[in-house]
Ligand binder design. Sequence first.
Ligand SMILES: N[C@@H](CCC(=O)N[C@@H](CS)C(=O)NCC(=O)O)C(=O)O
Length: 219
Amino acid sequence: MITIYGNYHSRASRALWLLEELALPFKLRPVVQANRLADPAAPDAPLNTRSPEFRKLSPMGAIPVLEEDGLILIESLAINLHLARKAGGPLAPAHENELAQMEQWALFAATWIETDALALSFVYRRKEQDTEQGKAQIASLCSKLARPLSALETHLTTHSHIVGGRFTVADLNLAEVLRYAQDHPEFVDPYPRVKNWIGLCQKRPAYRAMWTKREAETV
Ligand SMILES: N[C@@H](CCC(=O)N[C@@H](CS)C(=O)NCC(=O)O)C(=O)O
């Protein structure tokens, strides 16, 4: 049985979307981010990323974690590549070259995009988007994202999807990383193909199902 530790308001959403796509049975063990709690060490605190019990599973103390028949994985994009590959089917790599490309795009997302996309989201979470400092940060982050987004736009001029001409875990991983930047919707305006591709990813019934559960979640 697959167990995901985490919640829908975290990077666990990546695995939870994929599990909807794959229609696989799984258990979600709620773990909340410690920084969302007033006192994560309180005796009545819910299981959280600093709980000793959880730290035994994840030395990083971060969610998501996957546990499956003795296998423990603590990186969301690796969890998804594993789940897709093990399940097989259209979302999985069809051969070694596709696997290499899917790994490449997951690393592309994690190294070229995630930090700046997340920083963009945090400007909005801090409600600084209309301040002079916030506007300057947004401009700087959009300019840092221009290089990977231009590369992605170029890729999408000759490819309908990220890998293999069909929706795969590579699209899902990249779309989820880029989602952070969507708190500033204009980020994607200079990249019409990227905009269209994210829209198509997020119209998928499995994404909508994940999102509905996220909206119903109280963390
Ligand atoms: N690179 C890791 C990052 C995991 C991560 O930072 N998770 C956040 C939630 S999205 C977390 O657990 N934060 C709470 C904490 O660090 O205590 C991944 O992609 O899985």
